[in-house]
Design a protein around this ligand. Sequence first.
Ligand code: GAR
Length: 210
Amino acid sequence: TKRIVVLISGSGSNLQALINACAQGDIQASIVAVISNRPRVYGLERAQAAGIETQTLDHKNFAERAAFDQALKALIDSFQPDLVVLAGFMRILTAEFVQAYTGRMLNIHPSLLPAYKGVHTHQRALDDQAQIHGASVHFVTAELDAGAVVLQAEVPVFAEDTAETLAARVLVKEHRIYPQVVAWFCAERLSYQDGAAYLDGQRLLAPLKL
Ligand code: GAR
């Protein structure tokens, strides 16, 4: 069974969805460590409650991004993971770091990529009067939020939405699509080669939709 390290920065509700899916046997893997770049976030408590080892690597203790990333890599590698899962991890990663995990690092992003890369995705969708919004699970590449998208889920945007109500609607979908993609990876059904994602040996020409 595969070994997963999860990186978080906050509440960890996606982490919780992954913990639950592992416990239910929907994901054939064990989460061997949860690493946060922010001390005392709620996601660390979720991990501890599930009996998962936690580590905090506070980026504020590092003068340079490259030094933080080197320490993060050493910490991750000490757990010998098959897969690194970014779950609400809010740090930009250097190209050197990302290249060390090519094809074995996934991220979830709260938009229908390639729309709204970066932060404040829900407010930006509202500002644009977008009618459809959603979330994407993708392989991580050096360019921010630009790696091959595996699976997306859409939600409607309502006239009375705020960034908070929209975020909550998207999050419900995130908790479905992230465990699905991680399950595929751990079952060796999902892979990555030359910038593209493959499911059951077929190259994905477009993101799958929930
Ligand atoms: C999620 O909405 C996730 O998609 C987003 O942060 C939230 C974390 O929630 N990630 C990013 O914006 C990555 N740039 P969680 O901690 O409850 O899983």
